[in-house]
Design a protein around this ligand. Structure first.
Ligand code: CU
Length: 493
């Protein structure tokens, strides 16, 4: 029978993303280091990391936001939640390459076994009851950290069953031998992984939607005047050790001082369009070598124009987010691009703060850029302390791919007070957004809720109303274009 368009499995168009070995590696590392627990090597006791439940919610939500941005780029439907446990799971999955010898395959339209369905439906009812009441069964008040921990399976497992983890196991057991959903290093390859997590995120969102919007009325005494983007390779700077200082000096000279109030949208270095392209490399996994395609961003700098209107120096935290224009009203679809301490803005001054795209707080640091560096990520780290240094989103997936003709996004920059937030960057290791706490017992390095200022419902369900009139926030239009070529600023061997 000839295959008609209706026979095409549209999920195959997302394989490049789901099967990306470094995306898989990120997810595995994150599970080892940040999710749930670690073991104290002295006491041999299980230790839950600071804010592990909140991190569970935030990390998966960020993965989903990125996944949906890629789906939208391809005009595919957004991820549908797997919320009917009894319905056949339309998406089948056969592990890629040599993984098929290790993990089971799942046929399209498979169903979960009935006993499991009854069990997880019961857990869901209990969780929804708790959300309804605002309290868990033992009277403990719900907060995002506890809710995440309960749903993930880290807390109150006897009562709430650890719905998230239970679902993973249940789905993995559909096949003759356990499917990829049973193993963190490969789970996100399966389309059902994303559907299951959309379901879990929606459940958690039921509680979040009952909360009040953030109150930003007590905003810091700084005016964020502009965010300017420029491609790294086009700037008149060198790309050796002093690159960042040269870029900062260029920014101050071109966009600061006497030029601070000038419109620079027609400046030859300024762009409103970011770019991505696909590269390919050979990759060996379980003895099989295959040629894989992976996404790569064109490197850029941000230049933030900031005015301190007070007579005291002010330490700023910058928070940068990106969302496809079509999804801008969907709070959970905003992608964190960066979060950092932007230095001290002198009293009554107009300053340009310069930031390289490769420093991003979400990215595994130092970033891996060349084909050879990407290979380093393929080993499995079983030691959580070593894995900390591997934690973070892969640099090559920093930006969503966008579209051939360009895809419209909104860029949000939000400034908060570093003296309250304390977002550190001591060393260029790991990711401070997804790795966070360096040791088992240390605190997560940001006092604000994860995803702040997008952690609470929008005012009147409108992102524009939420950020309108704030001195410390700015929203800009940017486009992301998927292109074929550009001049690299580093050696990609
Ligand atoms: Cu999961």
């Amino acid at each position: 029978m000839a295959a008609g368009p209706e026979d095409i499995d549209i999920e195959l168009f997302m394989n490049w993303f789901r099967e990306d070995p470094n995306l898989n590696k990120h997810y595995e590392c994150w599970n080892l280091v940040c999710n749930q627990s670690g073991f104290d090597s002295k006491s041999l006791k299980r230790v839950y990391r600071d804010r592990n439940g909140e991190m569970f919610v935030y990390m998966y939500r960020q993965m989903l936001a990125r996944y949906d941005a890629e789906r939208l780029g391809l005009n595919l439907p957004l991820t549908r939640p797997l919320d009917n446990y009894r319905a056949p799971i339309e998406e089948g999955y056969e592990p890629n390459g040599s993984l098929v010898t290790i993990f089971g395959s799942r046929k399209a339209n498979s169903v979960l076994d009935n006993t499991t369905v009854q069990e997880i439906e019961k857990y869901r009812v209990s969780i929804k009851q708790a959300i309804e009441m605002g309290k868990f069964h033992d009277g403990t008040e719900i907060d995002i950290n506890l809710l995440g921990a309960v749903v993930s399976g880290a807390n109150m497992r006897n009562y709430y069953g650890g719905l998230h983890a239970r679902g993973h196991v249940a789905i993995a057991s559909i096949s003759n031998k356990p499917g990829v959903m049973s193993a963190t290093r490969v789970a996100s390859r399966d389309p059902v992984f994303w559907r299951w997590h959309r379901h879990i995120d929606n459940l958690i969102n039921l509680w979040e939607e009952k909360q009040e919007p953030n109150d930003f009325s007590n905003s810091p005494p700084v005016k964020l005047r502009d965010v300017i983007l420029a491609f790294k390779n086009e700037l008149p700077i060198g790309h050796e050790e002093t690159e960042e200082e040269e870029a900062a000096a260029f920014g101050e000279k071109t966009f600061g001082g006497g030029n601070f109030d000038k419109d620079v949208s027609n400046n030859e270095y300024v762009t409103n369009e970011l770019q991505t392209r696909m590269k390919s490399k050979f990759w060996t996994y379980f003895g099989l070598t295959e040629n894989i395609d992976y996404l790569f961003p064109r490197e850029f700098y941000y230049f933030f124009r900031v005015e301190n209107t007070s007579s005291s120096p002010f330490d700023v935290t910058f928070r940068v987010f990106l969302v496809p224009e079509e999804l801008a009203e969907s709070r959970r679809h905003w992608i964190e691009l960066d979060k950092f301490k932007g230095g001290t803005i002198p009293p009554n001054s107009k300053t340009v703060v310069c930031r390289s795209s490769d420093m991003s707080s979400v990215v595994r640091q130092p970033p891996r850029k060349t084909r050879n560096e990407l290979d380093v990520a393929h080993g499995t780290t079983r030691n959580p302390l070593e894995a900390f240094y591997d934690c973070g989103w892969p640099y090559h997936l920093l930006l969503p791919r966008g579209r051939r003709g360009g895809m419209k996004f909104k860029l949000l920059v939000f400034i908060s007070d570093w003296s309250q937030d304390k977002v550190p960057r001591k060393s260029r290791f790991g990711s401070i957004s997804f790795g966070g706490n360096e040791s088992l017992y240390s605190k997560y390095p940001d006092n604000k809720p994860m995803g702040y200022p997008l952690d609470r419902p929008f005012k009147n369900n409108s992102y524009q109303e939420t950020f309108a009139g704030l001195n410390n926030a700015i929203i800009r239009d940017v486009s992301i274009k998927w292109v074929d070529e550009w001049q690299e600023v580093f050696d990609d061997d």
